[in-house]
Design a protein around this ligand. Structure first.
Ligand code: MSP
Length: 518
């Protein structure tokens, strides 16, 4: 059996509704998943929710609900959100599911038996807001702690710790030998800088159940629950285990029986995450996997953070983008297009309403929409919707864009791939203006030339549908339907020039991106 291309998003805290940043990460991951499928790979795309921890416990309490009821209600919203974005995820993990909890406990029991954990009493500073222990190294130059930590208290507490520090040099060597492990490069350098400039502290993996009970009990000490990272990160292997992945099942030597199917997923090909959780994925996770005896993921792909109108996205100040409202007003593909075209995977981005409208108008409505609409309308009007004989005037240019797009998709360069596709759109619109089919149609002596131009335009529309499929699946499907083609434009190989058959009758042209008068 073949290993699938396994790609994941982070799993999202259920302490609120999904926002622009979460939607961006999900859409980026979906585009990569769709493009790999289009390129012929078998893909498994996993997303889901991180449901344990103090924040969830507190929000549930504030709403007067049990944490489980609270999580169940919000999980329904998040799952509906994934559908709204038309994500092609193959599973949706919730860390409160028994398939995940049992696996976490199996791994913890195994590592405990192997002597990887020790119990220690900690006496020092603690940020309740960030649920984290602080040391003097975390102090700012003026001696205070960053206000982001909220109230910092002094605390004495026993907990279990994972021996991270033994593996520091191994990890540095690994990162140096595997430049593509963390991408983009500047994020990899950030991790290397962090590892070279400080001695790794061991990782606290528990919280006393007396203080936090909304978590997975430690299998070897019921007075403690698992603290977030040994719960959350493990979703990337607990779900493969639930699907019968033999490598991870062996690592857990767990009692989990009767997995649903047997598919090979691990190691993950790509973990897509935001820059704020880089340390957990590029430092803790590799070391955890090493001691479990598991291979490391092939790549951690790190995106930046979105702001809105130049300021932090924040519920309390009302500076938010509600993806659902945008999608309801402008359509899903307009949302997907804006975030993917505006922001490359890596740097921070800034959503502006005027920028969104400008891209909608210029690139979608006047660019892509206008090209498809006038090409198909003219074919309908002048040739009754029947595709003329094949011609290949723009084929070299199209082939160039097809090859470029393929290579950019293989490198997860989504923004650059869209730029490349838009070169073809712009050139095709220029081709209409230059050849002026509306003039050719008035001169019977130009009938053959008109046939050539109409074939070329219709064929460019077909090629575009295939290239756009991973990004704008709804639009690509509409273009196919308007061309009278059945099925989905979901196989990259179909982009090759000349697929449209002479004599084929197209469907009904209709505007793809309606004009908005706002
Ligand atoms: N639950 C942890 C992750 C565990 S992964 C095993 C968590 N959850 S989160 O809900 O706070 O964030 C989930 C993802 O959303 C992260 O990758 C984070 O970077 C991303 N984003 C949250 N806000 C964001 C923006 N404003 N912009 C872009 N992405 C952002 O951390």
């Amino acid at each position: 059996m073949n290993k699938r291309f396994f790609i994941t998003t982070a799993i999202y805290y259920v302490n609120g509704q999904p926002h622009l940043g979460h939607a961006y990460e999900m859409v980026v991951t979906d585009v990569i998943a769709r493009s790999r499928r289009s390129l012929g790979e078998e893909v498994f795309f996993l997303t889901g929710l991180d449901e344990h921890g103090q924040k969830v416990q507190q929000v549930a309490q504030a709403e007067g609900k049990s944490p489980q009821v609270y999580c169940d209600e919000l999980a329904a919203d998040w799952q509906a959100f994934a559908k709204k974005l038309e994500l092609t995820n193959d599973d949706f993990v919730r860390t409160t599911e028994s398939r995940h909890k049992e696996f976490v406990q199996a791994i913890l029991a195994k590592l405990h038996a192997a002597g990887q954990f020790y119990k220690k009493t900690y006496n020092g500073f603690y940020s309740t807001k960030e649920e984290t222990f602080l040391t003097d190294k975390d102090r700012l130059p003026d001696g205070t702690f960053d206000p982001a930590y909220g109230e910092v208290i002094e605390l004495e507490e026993s907990n279990y710790w994972f021996k991270l520090r033994d593996h520091q040099q191994w990890l540095v060597d690994y990162l140096e030998a595997n430049p593509s492990f963390v991408q983009p490069d500047y994020r990899r350098n950030e991790v290397l800088g962090f590892l070279k400039n400080r001695t790794l502290e061991d990782l606290c993996i528990s919280r006393p159940a007396s203080r936090l009970n909304w978590g997975i009990p430690l299998p070897f000490d019921k007075d403690f629950v698992t603290y977030v990272w040994f719960d959350a990160l493990v979703n990337y292997i607990s779900i493969p285990a639930a699907h019968g992945d033999a490598i991870v099942l062996a690592a857990a030597k767990s009692e989990i029986r009767n997995p649903k199917s047997e598919i090979e997923l691990w190691p993950a090909d790509i973990h897509v995450i935001g820059k704020d959780i880089l340390k957990f994925h590029a430092v803790f996770w590799p070391i955890m996997l090493k001691v479990m005896g598991l291979p490391l993921p092939k790549q951690i792909l790190v995106h930046g953070w979105w702001q809105k109108e130049g300021a932090k996205i924040s519920k309390s100040t009302g500076n938010i983008v509600d993806p659902i409202a945008v999608i309801d007003e402008w359509g899903l593909d307009a949302f997907r297009f804006y975030v993917l075209r505006e922001l490359d995977i890596g740097p921070d981005g800034n959503w502006t309403d005027t920028g969104f409208k400008a891209r909608y108008q210029a690139e979608l409505a006047n660019g892509l929409g206008n090209l498809v609409n006038r090409s198909l309308s003219m074919l309908k009007r002048y040739r009754n919707g029947i595709v003329p004989a094949k011609h290949d005037e723009p084929s070299a240019e199209a082939q160039k864009v097809i090859a470029e797009t393929r290579s950019l998709l293989e490198q997860n360069q989504l923004q650059a791939a869209l730029q490349s596709i838009w070169v073809l759109i712009t050139r095709a619109n220029q081709y209409v203006d230059r050849t002026a089919p509306f003039k050719l149609a008035k001169d019977p002596a130009q009938a053959t030339r008109l046939d050539e131009v109409l074939y070329n335009l219709a064929e460019i529309c077909r090629v575009l549908a295939v290239l756009l499929w991973p990004f704008l699946p709804g639009t690509a499907t509409k273009i196919y339907a308007q061309l009278g083609l059945t099925g989905a434009p979901d196989k990259f190989a179909d982009a090759a020039w000349g697929g449209l058959k002479p004599g084929h009758k197209i469907g009904e042209p209709a505007p793809l991106f309606p004009r908005k008068d706002a």
